[in-house]
Design a protein around this ligand. Structure first.
Ligand code: TPP
Ligand code: MG
Length: 278
């Protein structure tokens, strides 16, 4: 695995993260809807996965059978996935401003049938890990060493199906399945700690037999190390619980409003945000 570890490589990843953040701000503000806070908290996780040689894919051959898979189980963070897929070369960046427009393949939630690089249609929370199990088992049956990565939200963990999947993944010894949890502390209607506190999340997974790591989710060095460790086959599935900030680094701008979960920035706020990101 070509993990980026030098300072120069880390700086490149951070530059890419900044550019992806701008895409998220611009596309959601242009659409006048969408979930920028949920997208912004997981930027470094996806940038490290896609642009450091960890995830094996070929944007020019999206259905390459031996590829690794990434499933965005928290499908409402679609603006993040679209920005990353465009940057990876799956489709033109010119499509990004069409987010949520009638007829655009950049639907409010990812649609596998309409966009290359999308591995599962998601948006109904709780289903991604189960889909990932199917794909991880299929890779094993086909004799491929493909890995499957699934990104979940911390609020999403309250869905019962997630824990059925957690049980099953251990039962099948799926060491090619890696869950990433974006622990940003908030869900739609408030703080996860007040609504349904599942902390410490890592020990819940461990009690089901998973290997768990806790990391700082905006720190690329930390993320790369965890991804490298999780990729080693150890006979059990792995989870990386990433502590993040919802809306980072624009949380002051975005979280001021009461309904910050699904609120895009106004054009004026977006200008300030883009200046901040510079
Ligand atoms: C099954 C289901 N129930 C409810 C929703 C509505 N919904 C969209 S996002 C969200 C909150 C998700 O919180 P979290 O998983 O913590 O993601 P975050 O936005 O914080 O990254 C909810 C309840 C949904 N998409 N699917
Ligand atoms: Mg959350």
């Amino acid at each position: 695995m070509a993990a980026a570890s030098s300072l120069a490589d880390l700086a490149l990843l951070q530059a890419r993260a900044r550019s992806i953040r701008k895409d998220i701000v611009i596309s959601t503000t242009t659409a006048g809807s969408g979930h920028p806070t949920s997208s912004l908290s997981a930027v470094e996780l996806l940038v490290c996965l896609y642009f450091s040689g960890v995830l094996r894919y070929d944007a020019k051959n999206p259905e390459w059978p031996q590829r690794d898979r990434f499933i965005l189980s928290k499908g409402h963070a679609a603006p993040l996935l679209y920005a990353v897929l465009a940057e990876a070369g799956y489709f033109s960046r010119d499509l990004l401003p069409s987010l949520r427009k009638i007829g655009s393949p950049l639907e409010g939630h990812p649609n596998r049938r309409r966009l290359p690089g999308v591995e599962a249609s998601t948006g109904s929370l709780g289903q991604g890990l189960s889909i990932g199990i199917g794909q991880a088992l299929a890779a094993r049956l086909d004799g491929h060493d493909s890995r499957v990565y699934v990104l979940l939200g911390d609020g999403e963990l309250q869905e019962g199906q997630v824990w059925e999947a957690v049980m099953a993944a251990r039962r099948f010894g799926l060491d090619n399945l890696i869950a990433l949890v974006d622990e940003n502390g908030y869900q739609q209607t408030g703080a996860t700690a007040e609504i349904m506190d599942l902390r410490p999340i890592s020990s819940k997974f461990e009690s089901f037999g998973w290997i768990a790591q806790e990391i700082k989710g905006h720190d690329c060095a930390d993320i790369l190390q965890a991804l490298e460790s999780a990729a080693r086959p150890q006979g059990r599935p792995s989870v990386i619980v990433a502590r993040t900030i919802k809306g980072y680094p624009l949380q002051e701008l975005l979280r001021g409003a009461p309904n910050h979960h699904g609120r895009p920035l106004t054009p004026e706020e977006a200008q300030r945000a883009l200046a901040l990101l510079e």
